[in-house]
Design a protein around this ligand. Structure first.
Ligand code: 5GP
Ligand code: MN
Length: 363
């Protein structure tokens, strides 16, 4: 089992020096990202200038980063005179309750109504074609597909792939694209971008929260956005039924020291009894992962389709992104997920097996 890191230990963590091998590799890959970004910007500008149909696609059951990034790009394209639409696969097609404050929702088009063969598709925050759900088919029919994402597990499924695993959020990457397009960052753009930033950095708490992140946050705040209301709505607003359900889910959590694992689950009937929807229990993993005695935290959430959506987090000693990718899912090193049509116990057994095999990283 992992020792609880004391605050004193934190000062002993090695700080990479500029010019060392790690820094050089990152700089080189940074150049490659820049090159792909230039290609993406050219493709987008040429589609705008040619009056072509542009479809921006977020991943299934989108989170603040995916939808925020898609809407930000859609708003920027509108400023340039394009009528880009934004879509995502979700049943029913509704914006998650915690994201209904996002501007630009008139850009949203349900999957059934998107152009059958768009000229240009840009996907945001999706690590694989499968993450687009039914819109994957539309994306492959597009004349050109641009993939913009920050998942290390990205399968590079586009014609142009802008993948930066060092970016804290896809919305950070979208800001670079919007700057390159020459569109000014106004209040509405800032709301959408900030939503992605605050979602994916866990309110500026995760390791990906670099100086660049804080500099961008400062730039967004300078547009006058109500960051306090955004954070409260994204993280700290729940219907009363959530309190009861949360109590139930936490009460049944299991600690498995032999697997260095803590986990709980929410079956679909639990959700309907509470009168809630899947997106409303996204934050449960953030409470479960606070367990000091376990390196890995898991929350299994069952949808109406009986499929389990599994959220997996680690404290840094296990690359759960690799573990989930092996099981058909994906994600980041320390925050990942997968979907499983198998029964709960079987799903957990494969996860336990994969976790036992996973190499331990130096923390
Ligand atoms: P969450 O647990 O918040 O839903 O997801 C954590 C991370 O894992 C996110 O970056 C998300 O995109 C990714 N992820 C979650 N579920 C899946 C999945 O089924 N497949 C893939 N490829 N990635 C997933
Ligand atoms: Mn993201």
């Amino acid at each position: 089992m992992t020792d609880v890191t004391s605050l004193a230990d934190l000062s002993l963590l090695p700080v990479p020096e500029a010019g060392d091998a790690t820094a050089r590799t990152q700089a080189e890959s940074g150049d490659a990202v820049g090159e792909q970004r230039n290609r993406a910007v050219e493709a987008i500008l040429s589609a705008v200038q040619g009056g072509e149909s542009i479809l921006l696609v977020a991943h299934v059951d989108p989170d603040g980063d995916s939808l925020g990034s898609a809407i930000a790009l859609g708003l920027a394209l509108r400023t340039l005179g394009s009528r880009a639409s934004v879509s995502f696969d979700s049943d029913p097609f509704v914006v998650p309750r915690s994201l209904t404050f996002l501007p630009g929702q008139d850009l949203l088009v349900p999957p059934a109504l998107v152009p059958a063969t768009p000229d240009l598709v840009v996907t945001l925050d999706a690590g694989s074609l499968g993450r687009l759900g039914a819109l994957g088919r539309v994306a492959t029919r597009a004349r050109r597909m641009v993939v913009i994402d920050h998942h290390a597990s990205n399968t590079r499924f586009g014609d142009i792939n802008v993948i930066d695993a060092d970016a804290a959020s896809t919305s950070v990457m979208i800001t670079d694209v919007i700057d390159a397009l020459g569109v000014e960052l106004d209040h509405d753009l800032a709301v959408a971008i900030y939503t992605g930033l605050v979602t994916d950095t866990g309110s500026f708490r995760y390791a990906a929260t670099t100086p660049v992140v804080h500099q961008l946050a400062a730039r967004l705040l300078a547009t006058g956005i109500r960051h306090d209301l955004i954070t409260r709505t994204v993280w700290d607003t729940h219907r009363f039924g959530y309190l009861r359900l949360l109590g139930e889910l936490l009460g049944r959590a299991r600690l498995e020291p032999e697997h260095d694992l803590v986990w709980t689950w929410c079956a679909f009937p639990d959700l309907t009894r509470a009168g809630l929807t899947l997106d409303e229990i996204e934050g449960v993993i953030d409470i479960v992962r606070a367990t000091a005695e376990a390196e890995v935290a898991v929350v299994c959430k069952q949808g109406a389709d009986e499929v389990w959506r599994v959220s997996v987090r680690s404290k840094g000693a296990v690359d759960v992104g690799a573990v989930c990718t092996e099981l058909g899912g994906g994600g980041h090193r320390f925050a990942a997920g997968l979907t499983s049509s198998n029964p709960l116990e079987q799903t957990l057994d494969s996860l336990r097996d994969a976790l036992v095999r996973a190499p331990r990283l130096p923390v």
